[in-house]
Design a binder for this molecule. Structure first.
Ligand code: FAD
Length: 464
């Protein structure tokens, strides 16, 4: 429900004095129509005000204002939240999108990025120096939501999760205080920020460790869907002995209607095996051989630029469509899972829908599990059921398909424990199930300390 115009006026006046200098977009503002939109069109909400913050002081002012006024508060980074957490009806959206500066320290091999950056911003700055940290598979996702939930991407096996590369963070807590969290300062908060989502405050600045990523050997191979059994089994074998240099992803999706694809594949159901190899080109070519021997219908190797690979699938996920994702983790890629996946893909109500099957392990698995809030590092795979469609009248059919698909994967060993890939708010006893008892208890302690009144509750919420 929206606010009355009287309330809206009150909010406008109060924001002007409480958050001096910030751009406040109210419902009557000409930009409101577009500023209120988020990536997932299932969420068509009308906040009372969108506050575009340009610095940490304005973020702190906005937090204090929302708390005192008792208004709902959404934090918006890249706007890619699947459950639509970065918007609300009748409350405040604290929009970090003006805060997108990235500073690179090449000697220390670190980058400091403001909280509103996307991975496109981050990679553009760091790749100028041949450096990178783990970001998402696409470039438009915010560094904020992705890192705080864990963060998997093309460098997961080489460099760990996005949150594993976090060295420190400037955080505005629920009281409006600004703190620096790192291994040595506010260590419990720092622990919670790495996997616990946006529960504890607004991160205005992230400091990441950088790795040399000069040239990659990346790209993807494409196979027609009627070879799905054979390709899935071959992929299962392929990943068993892979060295850390190579991160891969198996994806079920329709091939784009694009001249670069063979005519018989265009618009048809297909399997994509994507990869990013940081080894030498000859070693990477050699590693790819078993998959090439299968005879892909299209071969888009090698791409040599990391940023090109990270943008390769952007066009398939534009803002403004409807989505319901349901992801999780699983130890093994069994025959039963392969059967279930193929059957669910066959009956999907929308040809835009699909599944991503990410191979984990490598550097990510070597981080001690208790050192961050991220729930599980032992699973070999993270999957994501991707419900994508356009028309609102088809919401239920598509959500229902994704839920049934995910339930089957859970029945066959999966667990819905990766918060970044869950379209449903995780409520009740579910957060405990996601994180496991001890981690959930520690997260609850951190929440009580930094946000006792649960101001930051539009997230996969840890209740204080
Ligand atoms: P927003 O909608 O801006 O924010 C979501 C929530 O994150 C906020 O409500 C808030 O709780 C929190 N948040 C964001 N920024 C901050 C901040 N600076 N301080 C405090 N809290 C903050 N995940 C992966 O791990 N790997 C992928 O490759 C990947 N690809 C994706 C591709 C697409 C197209 C989409 C839609 C999602 C993808 N995700 C991926 C999931 C993604 O990590 C989450 O949706 C994440 O929450 C998006 O972050 P955001 O900043 O863009 O979102």
């Amino acid at each position: 429900m929206g606010v009355t115009s009287y309330e809206a006026n009150q909010i406008a006046n109060a924001l002007a004095t409480s958050v001096p200098g910030a751009a406040v977009i109210l419902p009557e503002h000409p930009d409101y129509k577009t500023a209120r939109l988020v990536w997932n069109a299932c969420f068509d909400k009308r906040p009372a005000a969108i506050v575009r913050c340009q610095n940490t002081a304005q973020v702190a002012d906005t937090v204090r204002f929302a708390r005192k006024a008792g208004l709902l508060l959404s934090i918006r980074g890249g706007g890619h939240s699947l459950p639509g957490f970065s918007t609300n009806d009748g409350g405040i959206v604290l929009d970090l999108s003006p805060m997108r500066e990235v500073r690179v320290d090449t000697d220390a091999r670190t980058a400091t990025a403001q909280g509103g950056c996307t991975w496109a911003d981050y990679d553009a700055a760091t790749q100028q120096h041949g450096l990178a940290s783990t970001g998402g598979m696409l470039s438009g996702t915010g560094i904020g939501g992705l890192t705080l939930g864990g963060g998997i991407g093309w460098l997961t096996r080489q460099c760990g999760l996005a949150c594993d590369n976090l060295l420190g963070a400037e955080v505005v807590t629920a009281s409006g205080e600004v703190v620096w969290a790192s291994a040595s300062e506010e260590p419990d908060l720092f622990w919670g920020l790495r996997g616990g989502g946006g529960n504890f405050g607004v991160v205005t600045s992230f400091e990441f460790r950088l790795h040399p990523v000069q040239q990659i050997h990346g790209g993807f191979l494409v196979f027609p869907f009627d070879r799905a059994h054979e390709v899935c089994r071959a992929y299962r074998e392929f990943v068993v002995e892979l060295p850390d240099e190579l991160t891969t992803l198996l994806s079920f999706a329709n091939a784009p209607v694009d001249d670069s694809f063979p005519a018989e594949l265009r618009g048809q159901p297909a399997l994509f095996i994507g990869g990013c190899d940081l080894g030498s080109p000859p070693a990477a070519e050699e590693r790819l051989r078993p998959l090439r021997k299968l005879g892909p219908a299209a071969d888009f190797y090698p791409m040599t630029s990391y940023t090109d690979l990270q943008k390769a699938f952007d066009a398939e996920y534009p803002a403004g469509q409807r989505h319901y994702f349901k992801g999780g983790m699983v130890a093994q890629f069994t025959d039963e899972l392969i059967e279930a996946i193929i059957e669910h893909i066959r009956v999907r109500p929308s040809q835009m829908s699909g599944l991503d099957w990410h191979h984990m392990g490598g550097a990510c698995a070597r981080v001690p599990t208790e050192s961050t809030a991220f729930p599980d590092r032992s699973s070999a795979f993270i999957y994501n059921v991707l419900g994508n469609w356009i028309v609102g009248a088809e919401d239920e059919a598509n959500r229902d398909w994704a839920r049934r698909f995910a339930l089957d994967l859970e029945r066959l060993g999966g667990s819905a424990s990766y918060v970044n890939f869950l379209s449903e708010p995780v409520a009740g006893t579910r957060p405990r199930a996601v994180y496991g008892g001890p981690k959930h208890e520690r997260l609850t302690d951190v929440k009580r300390r930094y946000d006792p009144s649960n101001l930051f509750r539009l997230n996969q919420n840890i209740t204080p």
